[in-house]
Design a binder for this molecule. Structure first.
Ligand code: AMP
Length: 417
């Protein structure tokens, strides 16, 4: 017997009701916000990610599923959707004509992380990218779509939006130096990971969850207090537009996203209901990425929502029950079966969900199956009733039954559709 690969999941049964609800919500919202779909490959050249996401990030350093293809070329399973979307945007010249391009994707991502609750090696993301505007209104409207999704799936009250600004290539280098100078004084108090981050990716020290690191960063200089004028204005505008769009938020100056390409706006949806896996989604502005991946200089902003965590949360706070057939058709060998199949067919044409027992195993067994199916009605096609143009119609919920004409049977069922 085989077992699935570590960190991968089979999704089936009742869980799929939650997935459907979440996917329907996203379809509704992308229509409302006029965002078009893009379907990009699951496999890309490794460089798309190493250059795009950044060599010093956890994702690229240790989490990608990377292999050499038969011709020696390095390929990776996509760990996120932005780099691939931007690669496709450039390759297919989607920046022509030069109008704002609003793209969304939904599908599996792969990261070789240590599996735990809410953290898998294959997981799904719903992501959106707005390419072609530098405006803070663009960020705000994208964030409105982002938060609307959580509200639409019933999680509005169970998670909250945090925003921050991570500066830009103009003001971040000087700030980084200031931060490193500060953190170096307390190097011996930092955790092993942060000691490495201090030189490779110092901003990441700010969102370390280890208590001793938190104690050190409590008084650290923050990006938000060290912005250049343009970044400062952008952040003020963002706050103004979020207020106009009725988006509630908290500012978390310690939030730094784990990917290198972000600048200015960064945001996350967080919850305290999923233990360590507290981020339900996040995003930010990435004005340099299109150029970095070989395209023209085009500013952009985007988000990715972790659908597995959203579904896990939905399961905690709401109950969805399985869809049941409305009708179970019960038949006997011979003429009854033929008539039963015709009834089944007609019900489906009338858009009524119906089932039949393919193995025709006797009345008792079929009534048991009808009960188990959860159907509200059983239509029992007995030979005698059939000769009178009738069927026996049973209401499974209150266990009452009587003989009625076919026409009546269709009428009652249709009224209950
Ligand atoms: P990121 O691209 O890292 O910003 O991730 C965006 C969202 O995807 C996160 O907020 C999580 O909800 C989700 N996510 C990231 N990694 C995983 C994982 N290994 N398993 C499940 N969900 C994940």
């Amino acid at each position: 017997m085989f077992q699935k690969v570590k960190g991968f999941q089979d999704i089936y049964g009742n869980d799929l009701l939650y997935w459907s609800k979440a996917e329907n919500a996203l379809k509704k919202l992308v229509d409302l916000f006029a965002v078009e779909e893009i379907r990009i490959p699951i496999l890309e050249r490794t460089q798309v990610f190493s250059r795009g996401i950044g060599d010093a990030t956890d994702i690229v350093e240790k989490e990608m599923f990377t292999f050499a293809d038969r011709d020696g070329e390095y390929l990776s399973l996509r760990p996120e959707g932005t780099a691939g979307t931007v690669r496709a945007y450039i390759e297919n010249k989607l920046y022509e004509p030069p109008v704002l391009k609003k793209l969304y994707y939904m599908g599996p991502m792969f990261r070789r992380e240590n599996p735990q609750r809410g953290r898998y090696r294959q997981f799904s993301q719903f992501g959106t990218e707005y390419l072609g505007s530098k405006s803070a209104l663009c960020d705000a409207d994208l964030i409105k779509l982002f938060v609307s999704f959580y509200a639409e799936v019933g999680l509005g009250g169970f998670a909250h939006l945090e925003i921050n600004t991570v500066g830009c290539p103009k003001c971040r280098p000087a700030y980084k130096e200031k931060l490193v100078a500060y953190l170096s004084q307390y190097e011996d108090q930092l955790c092993a990971d942060c000691k490495k981050r201090l030189y490779k990716n110092p901003l990441r020290v700010l969102d370390c969850k280890v208590e001793t690191c938190k104690a050190v960063t409590k008084n650290a200089p923050l990006m938000i207090d060290n912005l250049c004028e343009e970044c400062d204005v952008h952040f003020s505008d963002l706050k103004k537009y979020l207020a106009l769009l009725d988006v509630e938020y908290a500012i978390n100056p310690y939030m730094v996203r784990g990917l290198d390409y972000y600048e200015r706006t960064a945001f996350e949806m967080v919850t305290d209901k999923l233990g360590a896996a507290s981020a339900l989604g996040g995003g930010g502005r990435y004005d340099g990425l299109v150029k970095l991946l070989g395209g023209p200089e085009i500013p952009a902003v985007g988000f990715a929502i972790g659908m597995d965590r959203v579904v896990a949360m939905m399961k905690m706070v709401q109950e969805l029950t399985d869809k049941k057939p409305l009708v179970y058709v019960v038949v006997f060998e011979g003429r009854s079966t033929d008539a039963g199949v015709e009834i089944l067919n007609k019900l489906r044409h009338l858009n009524i969900s119906a089932e039949i027992d393919y193995d025709i195993k006797g009345l008792k067994s079929q009534m048991k199956k009808a009960g188990r199916s959860g159907a509200k009605y059983a239509v029992i096609v007995g030979e005698d009733e059939l000769s009178r143009g009738n069927v026996t119609f049973r209401d499974m919920y209150n266990s009452s039954q009587n003989e009625i004409t076919m026409e009546e049977m269709y009428k009652i069922i249709q009224a209950d559709k």
